[in-house]
Design a protein around this ligand. Sequence first.
Ligand code: NAP
Length: 308
Amino acid sequence: MDKHRSADVVITGAGPAGLTAALYCGRAGLVTVIVERVGPGGQAATTAHIENYPGFPGGVMGPELAQRMEEQVRAFGAETVLADVQRVESGDGFDVHTSEGTLSARALIVASGARERPLGVPGEAEFRGRGVSYCATCDGAFYRNRHVVVVGGGDSAVEEALFLTRFASKVTLVHRRDSLRAAKALQDRAFASAKMAFVCNSMVTTVLGREKVEAVGLRNLKTGQEMEYAADGVFVYIGQVPNSEFIRHLVNTDAAGYILTGEDMSTSLPGVFAAGDVRAKYLRQVATAVGDGAVAGVAVERYLAGHP
Ligand code: NAP
């Protein structure tokens, strides 16, 4: 990338929200640059099977959906730059400082999503990549005929636990309460799976092993009882942290760092819009991210028309 270049709109993040915003901005004839750290699709690209995105009656593989979205965006002229967004400065427009140089833009759409929340227990960081994972789609196949533990009780934990039953001989879901938060349809499938086991009212307190993960330490939160539980892998799905650090000094967020927006995806700073999982919202799914992206794209077009 040139060290300093300009666009009408810079979109941070190429997940479903960012790609949809880019589609709308590109179609509107705006010079649109997406800055993405890893590759298109965001978390959807690391989701094995998406069942609740309309138009795919048998479901769709996350990477395939991401690739289709990206192809469509490219056809409308938006450009993608692979870089890490480090900080945004506001002045006469916006300067987006990235690992690969600075982009100037007249408007900004923050669609940087959210990342996995770590457990924060001893052994977790040490065994990351050696048995501790946050991506069943990426690492599940390494656990053929092995026993894995999945931590969490939300949609992600249950969905990815079910995916892991394709490979693992046994998948134990460890959840801190006695009822799951996940959608009922997912729960029903999990309870019906012969490969799934459930450890409720329990926390993983440590990850243990020599070269690789061999066990987790568990604490029963009702009885206080501690035990070692043998496992070959640990998949952590205990929620998310918003990727908003680079813009938090400019826009209002909630206490957790999710960006507050109006109905038109505008933030507290004129010219900055937010879409998808990074914003404070009721439901974080591909379907809602796509809706946010469409609104943000149109809102930017209207904003720029009013600020020539
Ligand atoms: P989530 O819904 O926030 O669930 C996080 C789970 O982790 C909860 O069960 C929570 O327990 C548990 N947890 C949180 N902190 C913990 C800790 N320190 N130790 C142990 N357990 C902890 O997060 P998510 O499952 O990643 O989902 C994020 C969003 O994406 C949600 O809006 C979800 O609906 C959406 N999503 C949807 C789909 C789908 O529709 N198919 C798939 C994936 C994700 P408690 O229940 O006790 O709070």
